[in-house]
Design a protein around this ligand. Structure first.
Ligand code: SF4
Length: 77
């Protein structure tokens, strides 16, 4: 399933989007535009290669929390 993931990462934090379950209704990028934008079809695009600030990590956590499809994961590596 790795090919379905787009990811942003810094050190140990990575925001992952599983497009195989994403419904494209946009709650994540509406809530956390600092870290997630949308493409022309309305699907999320991770903006930050590096979650370099606490506020970006917090925004990523909020995006994860609002996604009703559980398509987002903030992972440690
Ligand atoms: S909130 Fe979840 S399902 Fe909706 S666009 Fe964002 S990642 Fe996809």
């Amino acid at each position: 399933m790795t090919e379905h993931y787009l990811e942003s990462h810094r050190d140990t934090r990575r925001l992952l989007v599983d497009r195989s379950v994403c419904a494209g209704h946009g709650m994540c990028y509406s809530r956390s535009p600092e870290v997630v934008d949308c493409d022309d079809a309305g699907y999320p695009m991770i903006l930050r290669d590096a979650l370099g600030f606490d506020e970006h990590i917090a925004a990523a956590e909020e995006a994860v929390a609002v996604c009703p499809e559980r398509a987002l994961t903030l992972a440690s590596s």
